[in-house]
Design a protein around this ligand. Structure first.
Ligand code: GDP
Ligand code: MG
Length: 142
């Protein structure tokens, strides 16, 4: 199974997605440091939100086979600039979270991730395990 690193803003749903992918009970836990597990790397949102911490994400991405860029469908803006994906020397997938939210704007999140360069985009509601098996299949079979 390929190893996935989760990168995205604070509150974008990284830790909840990790719990859903691992089949764990969903409970809120603030991510205080990089968690480097066997199959998943969970990162604090502050790393992508803070320039001097961003380099650590590049280093940790070398520990993974696949880089997952998360955008919550409720986010009012995206941190991922246009055409950043070709700079990574790993597969990069987009993951839109919180698709169940009443405020979700899924097409907007899709556009941001496509603009960043993601060709493969998954849609999840981690709290109800929607779309989780698609990501697991992808990590198993690609
Ligand atoms: N409705 C909904 N809420 C979610 C989803 N994913 C995460 N959340 C909620 O969003 C908040 C932040 O999630 P968390 O995983 O801690 O975000 P992180 O900072 O990126 O790790 C928590 O209250 C989660 O319950 C989702 O798919 N749907
Ligand atoms: Mg977290």
């Amino acid at each position: 199974m390929k190893k996935l690193i989760l990168i995205g803003r604070s509150e974008s749903g990284k830790t909840t997605l990790m719990q859903a992918l691992r089949g764990e009970e969903i409970h809120y836990a603030k991510t205080q440091y990089v968690y480097n597990g066997d199959v998943l790397i969970d990162t604090p949102g502050e790393y992508i939100q803070t320039k001097h911490l961003g380099g650590a994400l590049a280093v940790y991405s070398y520990e993974a086979d696949v880089v997952g860029l998360l955008v919550s469908a409720t986010e009012p803006f995206s941190l991922f600039g246009p055409n950043i994906v070709p700079m990574a020397n790993r597969e990069v997938i987009g993951i839109v979270t919180k698709i169940d939210s009443p405020d979700a704007n899924i097409p907007l999140a899709d556009r941001w991730l496509k603009l960043a360069g993601c060709e493969k985009i998954f849609h999840v509601d981690s709290t109800h395990s929607v779309g989780i098996s698609d990501i697991l299949d992808y990590l198993h079979n690609n």
